[in-house]
Design a binder for this molecule. Structure first.
Ligand code: DSN
Length: 437
């Protein structure tokens, strides 16, 4: 019998014997507690509207690669230059991942070994800085990341870090302040990247400032990597000296990190990742990055990226119509930051009420927040995960109404339960990738 096209293989497939239950039982038998929790998480992800902007759903193919035997192999070093034997397969996996990622982003060099975004960023410091050197990044309360030099992070403790902010008038990145601080402190690195910023990053303007003071420009595109390859956000490739990213946010890959750079920095970056900072790469993750890069090169991924931005724009408009106040007044990307001060509800209270109603977001500081980071004034939302399920603008309209109802009465348990039931019903029409309900 001929197999369906997607089921044909040009490699020897596993024999279809029954699983060796006694010697090597499946998870459900070996560890029912963990199996149950995994299943409960699958159902939670299926039945709720997941709006945390750094989360997504990976495909079944990415999940399979992540759960493969490649997790068994040690391979310190790089393809062709390893410290362990038996790399016949792993070298091919890493070479394929690198080739696909380079083609996807148009980069001269990539290192796919960082364990995640924070180690990727640390490797950049190690490549270009000595302890105590000045560095400049977007301050955390203005939407920057811990690893861009914030004071509680190693990057703020081991380097002399300075933080630029956003303008009080419109909450957009204050490039005049970036220039002033760069001229004053002559940083070795200028970071251009965000975790809670809803607008386009102007990489070319950062480049001018970096050139003026002789700094390396590092773009951290963790949040927007999928939008960059989908053509709905400008690319920093060819502008920044180095680009770091996680692989699991809008890019929709496994949890991991990557550093892309010009060929002239390849050796410095590779040495910083290994042996500078890490031991053996996570080969199962490398394989899953390769799969994600293949998926991201396909036309459907571009449509997904367009849907992410369109959904965020429509959701922002509907939230404004419901009386919400949005930082910068809207969004250009996948992310919306709501300042709840005018609704008289703290971010944490709103986020918890929304979660009970099946709408999952995170509480977040807003620029110039008068409240503390652990009890801030805002919530942060994003559209990547719901767009991966195929939701569109009609669903965004319903979502804005639900959010307004719940935030107006966060203690109303009956309302929360009704919205949760309606959310669950909606979710049934949009099965998420990678999960069998
Ligand atoms: N934790 C990521 C986020 O949620 O944006 C940043 O590292």
């Amino acid at each position: 019998m001929r197999l369906a096209r997607e089921e044909t293989h040009d490699y020897p497939v596993r024999p279809m014997s029954s699983p060796p239950v006694l010697r090597d039982p499946p998870l459900a038998t070996r560890d029912p507690e963990i199996a149950r929790l995994v299943r409960e998480e699958e159902l939670r992800e299926a039945h709720k509207l997941r709006l945390i902007p750094s989360e997504n759903y990976v495909s079944r193919a990415v999940l399979e690669a992540t759960g493969s035997v490649l997790t068994n192999k040690y391979s310190e070093g790089y393809p062709g230059r390893r410290y362990y034997e038996g790399q016949q397969i792993i070298d091919q996996v890493e070479e394929l991942a690198c080739a696909r990622v380079k083609a996807l982003f148009g980069a001269e060099h990539v290192n796919v070994q960082p364990y995640s975004g924070s180690p990727a960023n640390l490797a950049v410091y190690l490549a270009f800085c000595q302890a105590g050197d000045p560095v400049l990044g977007l301050a955390l309360p203005a939407g920057g990341h811990l690893t861009h030099g914030w004071n509680v992070s190693i990057t703020g403790k081991y380097f002399k870090s300075f933080g630029y902010g956003v303008r009080p008038t419109d909450h957009r990145i204050d490039l005049d302040e970036v220039r002033r601080l760069a001229r004053e402190h002559r940083p070795k690195i200028i970071w251009c990247g965000t975790t809670a910023y809803p607008r386009v990053l102007e990489f070319d303007k950062f480049r001018e400032i970096a050139d003026e003071v002789g700094a390396k420009l590092c773009a951290d595109i963790s949040h927007i990597a999928g939008l960059v390859v989908g053509g709905v956000h400008p690319s920093p490739i060819g502008i920044a000296d180095v680009v770091t990213t996680t692989t699991h946010k809008t890019l929709r890959g496994p949890r991991g990190g990557m550093i892309l750079c010009r060929a002239e920095y390849a050796k410095d970056i590779d040495r910083a990742v290994f042996p500078g900072l890490q031991g053996g790469p996570h080969n199962h993750t490398t394989a899953a990055i390769a799969v994600a890069a293949k998926e991201a090169s396909e036309p459907e991924f571009k449509r997904y990226a367009e849907r992410v931005v369109e959904n965020a724009r429509v959701l922002a408009e509907c939230l404004l119509a419901e009386g919400f106040s949005l930082v910068t007044g809207g969004t250009d990307n996948h992310l919306i930051l709501i300042d709840l001060t005018n609704r008289n509800v703290p971010g944490k209270v709103a986020a918890r009420a929304l979660d009970r109603a099946g709408i999952v977001c995170n509480y977040n500081s807003v620029p110039f927040d008068k409240r503390k980071p652990f009890d801030p004034s805002g919530i942060r939302l994003g559209t990547p995960a719901i767009s991966s399920r195929g939701m569109g603008t009609d669903e965004m309209r319903r979502l804005a109404k639900w959010m307004s109802q719940v935030v107006s009465a966060p203690d109303d348990e009956a309302l929360g339960a009704r919205v949760a039931a309606e959310v669950r019903e909606l979710c049934q029409n949009f099965p998420p990738p990678g999960i069998v309900i």
